[in-house]
Design a protein around this ligand. Structure first.
Ligand SMILES: NC(=O)c1ccc[n+]([C@@H]2O[C@H](COP(=O)([O-])OP(=O)(O)OC[C@H]3O[C@@H](n4cnc5c(N)ncnc54)[C@H](O)[C@@H]3O)[C@@H](O)[C@H]2O)c1
Length: 444
């Protein structure tokens, strides 16, 4: 094709460009809704029929998406959902937003990327642009996705275009959403980068072009590893403060954060979770081994962060050892099982890990409350969120705050509880009853 960029530009200008989003989860659904909101007919594809049915019925299932917006785009036909790839040939740009988990041995599992790429390859047509958005290790786009797509007998860079453009969405973040987060784009060639920048630029405020997909892939891992390493540092210091006594890590971090340059606050907690910061460092760690390179820094950070649920489990056991009740019979109430504040995502949640460890140690009376998570599975057992009442709090021998949801009334939680272990400093503003609070990183 002579002028693919001009062709895409004119399709964008007259709004005839059609977009496909493969994978309608935390990343894909907000992206699909964003494109639909900009007036582009959008096809969402997911192998999970429940999600497809939900979208078709205009029922939203992702907190970051506005219920009425989704329903309106479905009603107007701007957003269509399918559980197969049959119509993907009608789309100009295809975004792959499928999961990238790790195996039980913490090695990358890119089978979802491979699976979706194979489906796309079967239907790939000339002039299509394919953009991988799932977080993955460097060279996935060029060495895994590209050869699969070329099985279509079309040539990348000549017949179709390919790029990596990582997702930066932060579920639950009220200030930054898909549209106002700058987005990095790296194509396999200049045309692929330009086309991706053009299309991505329709749904985000700023596009940052880099020289290749592998730079974009590494950049995304750097972002997440940066967080992992810094969280690990404060988690380590929290443990030191506990050991020393008399120094509150939260006060230390807040004081350091007053430095107007060269410092960024990170806070300790019961561990990290979700689909990104816990998993992504292991992607690079695994890749580095193929180059006889040990990512010591990254591995150490993961080790510290992954030890935190064990540390919090020990805090509970210690507090209960002061009480005239056996660990088996003690009533332990967990507050917040989502992996972070104000979301419903429990993937790799440290709270669930703490519950699992307590169960394995023989705790026989655990319950949880989470306004965002009605049920949770731990070690093959299904728990349902219990109603948070003064009576429930009074009855508990130990209340553990694992997730600092903003809807909780922390004054009331402390007032009615006998003992509160606070792994998030959620009770920082509570004045009365502080003697009942055991704060992670406070040394008391
Ligand atoms: N969740 C986040 O906050 C976030 C942020 C940045 C990047 N990411 C990255 O984005 C990617 C997607 O994450 P997510 O949180 O949206 O995952 P998710 O599990 O919420 O959604 C993925 C969706 O893909 C679907 N899917 C799986 N295989 C498929 C296939 N072959 N064809 C079509 N659909 C398929 C699943 O059914 C699921 O609905 C991951 O690589 C993740 O690391 C996630």
């Amino acid at each position: 094709m002579k002028d693919p960029v001009g062709h895409f530009r004119s399709r964008i200008e007259d709004k005839s460009l059609k977009v496909a989003v493969v994978g309608l989860g935390y990343v894909g659904l907000p992206l699909a809704v964003e494109f639909a909101s900009r007036g582009f007919a959008t096809l969402g594809i997911d192998i999970d029929k429940r999600k497809v049915d939900s979208v078709r019925e205009g029922r939203n299932y992702i907190d970051d998406v506005d219920d009425s917006e989704l329903a309106a785009y479905v009603r107007s036909g701007m957003l269509v959902a399918e559980d197969n790839y049959d119509s993907i040939g009608t789309c100009d740009a295809v975004f792959i937003c499928v999961p990238t988990p790790f195996t039980p041995n913490k090695e990358p599992d890119i089978s979802y990327i491979v699976g979706s790429s194979k489906e796309i390859a079967k239907r790939l047509r000339r002039r299509q642009l394919v953009v991988l958005r799932s977080t993955t290790f460097p060279n996935t786009t060029e060495k895994h996705v590209l050869p699969i797509l070329e099985k279509s007998r079309l040539k990348a860079g000549k017949d179709f275009y390919l790029a990596f453009s990582p997702e930066r969405i932060d579920p639950g973040n009220q200030k930054f959403k898909t549209k106002n987060i700058p987005t990095v784009v790296g194509g396999i060639d200049e045309t692929s980068t330009e086309l991706t920048a053009l299309v991505v630029g329709q749904s985000v405020s700023e596009v940052v072009k880099v020289s290749s997909p592998r730079v974009a892939e590494m950049e995304k891992l750097l972002e997440n590893i940066f967080r992992s390493v810094n969280i690990a540092l404060v988690n380590e210091l929290a443990q030191l403060c506990d050991r020393m006594g008399g120094i509150n890590i939260w006060e230390v971090v807040d004081a350091a954060a007053t430095k107007p340059f060269g410092f960024m606050p990170f806070y300790p907690g019961p561990g990290i979770g979700g689909h990104c910061i816990l998993i992504d460092p292991h992607y690079l760690e695994w890749l580095a081994k193929a180059y006889d390179f040990q990512t010591n820094f990254i591995s150490l950070a993961a080790e510290v962060n992954e030890s935190m649920p064990f540390y919090v489990r020990n805090m509970i056991q210690r507090e209960l050892s002061f009480k005239p009740i056996s660990f088996k019979k003690a009533k332990i109430l967990i507050l917040g099982v989502a992996f972070k504040r104000d979301v419903d995502d429990t993937r790799h949640s440290p709270a669930l890990k703490v519950m699992e460890l307590l169960l394995q140690d023989g705790a026989g009376n655990i319950s949880y409350n989470d306004p965002h998570v009605p049920t949770a599975n731990v070690d093959g057992k299904t728990f349902s969120s219990v109603k948070l009442t003064p009576r429930l709090l009074k009855a508990a021998d130990c209340v553990l705050i694992t997730t600092d949801h903003s809807s909780y009334d922390y004054e009331s939680i402390v007032k009615h509880s006998k003992c509160v272990i606070d792994a998030r400093n959620a009770t920082r503003n509570v004045k009365k009853g502080r003697e009942k609070i055991v704060l992670l990183g406070d040394g008391k």
